[in-house]
Design a protein around this ligand. Sequence first.
Ligand SMILES: Cc1cc2nc3c(=O)[nH]c(=O)nc-3n(C[C@H](O)[C@H](O)[C@H](O)COP(=O)(O)OP(=O)(O)OC[C@H]3O[C@@H](n4cnc5c(N)ncnc54)[C@H](O)[C@@H]3O)c2cc1C
Length: 397
Amino acid sequence: MTAPLGVLMDSVSTGNRRPRSGPLPDLDAVVVGAGVVGLAAARALALRGHEPIVVERHRRFGAETSSRSSEVIHAGLYYPQGSLKARACVEGRAALYRYCEARGVPHRRLGKLVTAADPAQLARLDAIVERAAANGVSDLCRLDAAEVARLEPALRSAGALLSPSTGIVDSHALMQAFDADIAGAGGQVVYDTELLGFERSQAGGFVLRLRDAGGVSEVSAARLVLAAGLFSDPLAACLEAMAERPYRAPRTRFARGRYMALDARAPFSRLVYPVPEPGGLGIHLTLDMAGRARFGPDVEWIDAVDYEAAGEPPVARFEAAIRAYWPDLPEGRLRPDYTGIRPKIVGPGEPDADFAVHGPAEHGSPRLVALFGIESPGLTASLALGDLVAERLAEGG
Ligand SMILES: Cc1cc2nc3c(=O)[nH]c(=O)nc-3n(C[C@H](O)[C@H](O)[C@H](O)COP(=O)(O)OP(=O)(O)OC[C@H]3O[C@@H](n4cnc5c(N)ncnc54)[C@H](O)[C@@H]3O)c2cc1C
């Protein structure tokens, strides 16, 4: 740092411009995006002695995907062996439970059932057990129909897997705790500030063009992390323009997921998932920290980020999916709840992609890490991804 943090941030967040003849405010590390992953990355950097500034275009953290998830702490059952999703989920889940316990972040290890609605689906449970074991998840219990009925009498099931290490977390409280860690370790989150673009500076860092209420200004930063979620494309284009060798950054596609809340007492005490469907995990039942039940999300590919245009979820389709495992769903008790949008880096019908965490090894630009396609289980994996970003940032000089 060549100038006090407060002075620099005054210039960034209030629009008090520094004279353009003088040096640009020189920041140690800038993280773009105050979602759960950007905050976790900034936290990891701060704990390693950096002074990260998180820039967020909204006036609060988690205003996009991170406050529109199922808030499930995933065990790591479904992801391909050796994938970053599998590793970051399994490591991140263990780290997240430890963190929540240490920091008093509300969470519950409720367990989840992955249920086969009919005998034809039982073989798919075997495949999940195999994949989970390959990912280091060895606590799954195979239950027959009678055992399921004893645990969850309202569930219609030909057999199920019980995942005891699946849970739920209050994602807002988690982000609040990350935010406090960042501040406590010398970092800061700056709101209402958007990164418009960036390029390599002569000194080998980055010149960032930021827009806030006061207009557009430039700062320089020695390190840069891009955790922009659904809005990664413009930054991906800057990264490509700056790359010193041919590099194509992933482009983001959007798969909307709508939820419906149950206007009645929750019928189950655990999370209930059907066997997964392409593009998502199927219309499942999750519980929030207050014990309320909601169903979803569905999968609908859209061209632009627009939560309002989601319209009402197709009730009949939700009811049909839910009645496959909960035949007693009463008529007219589902009401539209919130909508989330998955940041995909593949299109409809293509096999799921892994998380893309691109550092110098991929794009050739030292001291820059960019994250793309951080869909589920990004919340579960956030602490592991934060550590990974900090490690990768040190690569390449
Ligand atoms: C429907 C749904 C359900 C999910 N359920 C689960 C689950 O149960 N468990 C789980 O583990 N994961 C789940 N996930 C995944 C998880 O929510 C995401 O992986 C995680 O929230 C991604 O966090 P992020 O920080 O990468 O992105 P985001 O939360 O989208 O944050 C990105 C931030 O960057 C900001 N930004 C973007 N561009 C700029 C810019 N140029 N300048 C300044 N700021 C910028 C945005 O405003 C935003 O706040 C779910 C996702 C969806 C969509």
